[in-house]
Design a protein around this ligand. Structure first.
Ligand SMILES: Nc1ncnc2c1ncn2[C@@H]1O[C@H](COP(=O)(O)OP(=O)(O)OP(=O)(O)O)[C@@H](O)[C@H]1O
Length: 339
């Protein structure tokens, strides 16, 4: 707002006036930073008879709305953890970030509408649950397990969740975390209003809690048939990996423990392609509040996809010829709704 600009607001039928005021410095001393000497404030004017209501309720309401708007307008971030050798030194940080700009939304996600609504309601309930979690004495956190074959939209779902809630995303790569103590330090540094993601949990930790990089695991079978040099190299690598461990119990304890001590809302999402490989302790209720199966899309979801494709095609055709294409071509479905 400019100097002396005025806006009005309405609160429970009461009209209030806000005026922006700028005051120049009283002293005539010379300053290299003149703008720091300038004083700006807002004057609130209201009829005398509403003074009590405005002081008791309106000011709180304005502060709350202000905070919500700041959260909505802030640039969200996608964090990835650095290896511990990069944590120290004057430029050292535990997490690196880029601006999070994934376009996925629940609208663009091809999935049964009922399930989408269920997830959205669950998320909304969670964000409004501050008092509830405080009352029951539990950390304000929620765990989701997304499982299903590759390419069924698990990562897309996480992006849609982050966009829906306006949360930051922490992509925690466990294969670069040496031990439980490093994991603890990383988790403590996460901020509230964030989603912590551990993708392909079955590849990052095996059932004994030992780390194992995904690529290594995929190559295991091929390596068996290789020459003795490769075999020896693999043995040495395995030895090295054993000396640095993030255990499953460590991970679970931190999730349950650390965040009870930290205030603020956090969601943790695990993804896996092989739910049957996971330790039941990881996926029991209380640790993973919701388990969501991502599968090849049902009829409803497929229809949505086709509609979107058709809309995109419409736009393109309009650009090219000035005519719209209405027809959605028939596609093959099986009777149980899977494609
Ligand atoms: N249900 C879906 N709705 C919209 N797009 C989808 C859906 N499923 C997959 N896709 C698209 O397919 C691609 C792969 O999806 P995504 O990476 O989310 O799958 P994933 O289950 O996380 O795979 P992986 O297990 O290999 O990590 C993305 O480009 C995404 O847009």
């Amino acid at each position: 707002m400019d100097h002396h600009e005025e806006v009005t607001d309405d609160f429970q039928g009461i009209k209030v006036w806000w005026t922006s005021i700028k005051k120049d410095p009283q002293t005539k001393s010379f300053s290299f930073y003149p703008e720091l000497d300038e004083r700006r404030f807002f004057k609130l004017t209201v009829h005398r008879r509403y003074r009590d209501i405005i002081i008791k309720s309106y000011i709180d309401h304005v502060i709350k709305e202000g905070k919500a708007t700041a959260v909505k307008n802030r640039q969200r971030k996608l964090y990835t953890n650095n290896a511990s050798k990069d944590w120290h030194g004057w430029r050292g940080t535990k997490w690196s970030h880029v601006v999070f700009e994934h376009p996925a939304t629940f609208n663009s996600l091809a999935m049964a509408t009922k399930l989408k609504e269920l997830i959205k309601n669950d998320l909304i309930k969670f964000t409004k649950g501050k008092d509830y979690y405080a009352k029951i004495g539990k950390a304000w956190k929620r765990g989701y397990l997304l499982y299903g074959p590759p390419g069924t939209g698990k990562s897309t779902m996480i992006a849609a969740m982050a966009n829906f809630l306006n949360y930051d995303v922490y992509d925690l790569e466990l294969t670069t975390v040496k031990d439980n103590s490093e994991l603890r330090k990383l988790l403590i540094e996460t901020t509230s209003k964030s989603i912590i993601v551990i993708e392909d949990i079955d590849c990052s930790l095996d059932l004994t809690g030992q780390r194992k990089p995904k690529k290594e695991k995929d190559d295991d079978e091929k390596d068996e048939n290789k020459d003795p040099v490769s075999k020896k190299k693999k043995e040495l690598e395995e030895e090295a990996s054993k000396s640095s461990k993030v255990t499953l119990s460590g991970l679970l304890n931190f999730i349950d423990g650390i965040w009870s001590a930290c205030s603020g809302e956090r969601i943790i999402v695990f993804t896996t392609n092989y739910v049957e490989k996971l330790d039941p302790a990881l996926i029991r209720r209380g640790r993973m509040d919701r388990r969501i199966e991502m599968s090849y899309c049902c009829f409803e979801a497929f229809k949505k996809e086709k509609e979107q494709d058709s809309n995109k095609k419409d736009e393109k055709d309009k650009e090219a010829n000035g005519v719209s294409v209405k027809e959605i071509k028939e596609n093959g479905f099986t009777e149980n709704g899977k494609v």
